[in-house]
Design a protein around this ligand. Structure first.
Ligand SMILES: Cc1ncc(COP(=O)(O)O)c(C=O)c1O
Length: 437
């Protein structure tokens, strides 16, 4: 349809307030810059390495799941047809396999009925935030810098986000206590704290074991839920992993948000919420938070594509439920890239250069601090003149310190591209410093 001159423009002030919030523009802006400079080297993308993906894998995964349904679960042809082709169970059809995956890879014993299989982790975040927001007194806390998907989802449901400092250890517990106190003093109700305990996006930080326990104790004392988002947990560079918060959770404090985007395949758009919190209803009956999330889902996406679920199921089945095993090559690649990135940064920016960075134990991301503003305008210049994409930290953080920080990602690169990326970054930094002198 053409936009006729007689059409009355719909002003954004007559649309939901989130639509003018920068958080909702962030991903579009970053994708748009990347789209305009397709030849630029991307140390920006948080996408998984894609050279290992094969179309044939998808066919094989579907056949593997079909085999599982017929041979291992005894379903007849009509039932199998229904599972693949029909509207399905709102909470998902692969919940048993997700539960097995969590047992194998995370040591979690999970009631499959406490799972909701979602359209990516993004939908899981939305469902939980929607459920928690009862009125204008509710707020959610989030460790800053914060993944924009969380901030954006919170905006959609009119749930303010109060940020908590990450400090050097991934979450500053004193600041968390202060933020909770302050919110309550204002008559607000902090409902939950969103946290990425393993190789966080964007900071790369992880929580040590003592901090995990302390966070759970705090949540228990203060009657808060913890929203644990864990897309990068498998990608520990040293191979050693700490237990998830959910694995340490003895009292249903943690809603675990899962994503198969980095460990399965992002195009399937499969994630899940593990929400085993008991819920009481007005009629006195009880259920699980997962059932309440499913009610919201039934009005949002109805159910997650069973075909997409079948693809992930096939991948899980092919590897005995272990995505750690399925991702052996990826785990190795990310670890090598991260090691190389750290080595190249150290070589390019000696002490006193004014450029510093953190040293994550794995994952996709690290944060570089530079002695000038690393804003959207500089990103444009970097992409156009230096052929280099990175992410301004301002997109994840309101704090002024973030203006001089950028996020680098190693996930999409070959090792020689990591080297070239740092060379281009060093060139950009040198030119900026010369211009400023
Ligand atoms: C921290 C974090 N949570 C959630 C997601 C989104 O996951 P999904 O693609 O499953 O919606 C991402 C994707 O980049 C992420 O970095």
């Amino acid at each position: 349809m053409t936009h006729g001159t007689t059409a009355r423009a719909l002003s954004t002030d007559r649309l939901h307030a989130s639509l003018t919030d920068p958080a909702l523009d962030s991903m579009n802006f970053l994708n748009e810059v990347a789209g305009r400079y397709p030849d630029a080297l991307s140390l920006a993308a948080g996408r998984p390495y894609e050279e290992f993906f094969e179309i044939e894998d998808v066919h094989r995964y579907l056949r593997r799941y079909e085999h599982h349904l017929t041979q291992e679960r005894g379903l007849g042809p009509a039932e199998v047809r229904r599972v693949f082709f029909q509207y399905g169970r709102t909470k998902g059809v692969i919940h048993d396999l997700v539960a097995r995956n969590l047992a194998v890879d995370e040591g979690l014993t999970v009631d499959p009925d406490a799972l909701v299989v979602t359209v990516g982790c993004q939908e899981a975040m939305f469902l939980v935030l929607r459920a928690l927001r009862t009125d204008e007194r509710d707020v959610v806390l989030a460790v800053a810098p914060t993944y924009v998907g969380l901030t954006g989802a919170a905006r959609l449901v009119d749930l303010p986000v109060r940020t908590v400092r990450s400090g050097a250890g991934g979450v500053d517990l004193d600041d968390l206590a202060a933020v909770v106190r302050q919110a309550r003093a204002e008559g607000l109700r902090p409902r939950a704290c969103y946290v990425l305990p393993d190789h966080a996006n964007p900071s790369g930080l992880s929580l040590d074991l003592a901090t995990r326990h302390a966070l759970l104790d705090f949540a228990e004392r203060e009657d808060l839920l913890l929203l644990e988002d864990n897309p990068y947990g498998l990608f520990s560079a040293g191979g050693e992993r700490l237990p998830t918060l959910k694995a340490l959770d003895t009292n249903h404090r943690v809603v675990y948000l899962g994503s198969y985007a980095k460990t399965g395949l992002p195009g399937a758009r499969i994630g899940f919420a593990l929400a085993d919190q008991p819920v009481t209803r007005p009629d006195g009956s009880t259920g699980l938070l997962a059932d309440e999330l499913a009610k919201i889902k039934s009005m949002l996406t109805v159910n997650t594509s069973p075909i997409a679920q079948a693809v992930i199921a096939g991948k899980l089945l092919e590897h005995g439920g272990s995505l750690r095993e399925a991702n052996a090559r990826e785990i190795d690649r990310y670890a090598r890239n991260m090691k190389r990135l750290l080595a190249e940064l150290a070589a390019a920016f000696p002490a006193g250069s004014g450029v510093t960075w953190n040293e994550p134990g794995g994952g996709f991301f690290l944060v570089v601090s530079v002695p000038f503003e690393a804003d959207d305008a500089l990103l444009e210049l970097s992409a156009g003149r230096y052929g280099l994409l990175w992410t301004p930290m301002r997109h994840f953080h309101d704090d002024p310190s973030s203006l001089r920080q950028l996020r680098l990602s190693v996930s999409l690169l070959e090792e020689d591209e990591v080297v070239e990326g740092v060379r281009r970054l060093a060139e950009l930094v040198a030119d900026r410093r010369r211009d400023a002198a």
